[in-house]
Design a protein around this ligand. Sequence first.
Ligand code: PLP
Length: 416
Amino acid sequence: MSTINKNILESLRKELKRQQEHIELIASENYVSDAVLQLSGSILTNKYAEGYPDKRYYGGCEFVDQIEKQGIELAKKIFNAEHANLQPHSGSQANEAVYRALLKNGDKIVSMSLDAGGHLTHGYPINFSGNNYDFKFYGVNKETEEIDFDEVRKVVLEHQPKLIVAGASAYSRIIDFKKFKEIADEVGALLMVDMAHIAGLVAGGVHPNPMEYADVVTTTTHKTLRGARGGMILSKAEIGKKIDSAVFPGTQGGPLENQIAGKVQALYEADTSEFKAYAKQVVENSKAFAAALADNGMRLIANGSDNHLINLDVKNTLNVTGKDAEKILESIGIVSNKNMIPFDTEKPFVTSGIRVGTAAMTTRGFKEKEFIEVARIIASALKDQSQSNLDKLAKEVASLCKSFPIYEHLSEHLSY
Ligand code: PLP
């Protein structure tokens, strides 16, 4: 047995303490179960298993086959999909594999623009997606800040894309997948939904399931789904083979069987009544949080939230940039991230907004009452940045974190 290098251990201890002593509001993060942690760091990391269950390019794969097969069946069952691939190393690689499976370089894709809430892999010019494919964008309505389906239809009819991408990194309202499907059918385009943010809500039955309308659904497994870090692709059976080949050997080599096991564990967990209750609480917390933020004078993009996340316009109401708001909140122990808002005039590294979410703190046991407290603390910190006020608020944050502990046994483990 070797021990963890002391330099790494020191940072690991500090990171554990940081996770325990901060209110985690990054909408794409969560706290995984001990079982998921164990599997991610298990001996499965040693195994090479290029290929798919029962068709591998390496020997000794019988047990990793068993794990991956369980995951494929569970994913199909939970999301009502005909085909599932658990091998993408990340959400970005899942998206890359889908584009490769269904398109040729230079083909047209219509997706949501980054400032409206889209992801880098939905055609950002300096991302592989924007480089390899011809993306055209739709945004949100200037008044409602919700997806403008007249604009979606207009852009689609004008450009006749082969693929339409629905789904976002920073969109707080339910996306009408049926409307996207109707528009896709008008031009014979395929519909891909990237449900990375909302996968756990879909699994928990508190968000419409995009698989009902989409040809292919991509996701990360580590956000609201609360699994090991990675990606997953669900699709209709008829394109399953193309998707599999685009993942391996198209864009990846050996799958990370340790991470896959952590995804399978999360799927088992997602298939329980406890997880359904968790997903419901995530949404209820988000609604209460949104209402309390508004009551405290904050401006919410799209005027509220139907899922786990909320985008706040801090620049135009409080005259604080997203970058500064993120820093101020971090100084009192609240972690969020700066984020572009629709029609943002600030650069992506500055931004006019911040994005917050309820998935992680709901895992720690926060209910509506605690999120109402956090809303008051956030508004107070951004409005009165005097050191005395920030010191007072930092104490309140510390006390909330202490009342909702996480990974306590790991502190003991890492203390020797
Ligand atoms: N798609 C969406 C909508 C996302 O929000 C993200 C990550 O934030 C991704 C894809 C990419 O996931 P990853 O960071 O695992 O590459």
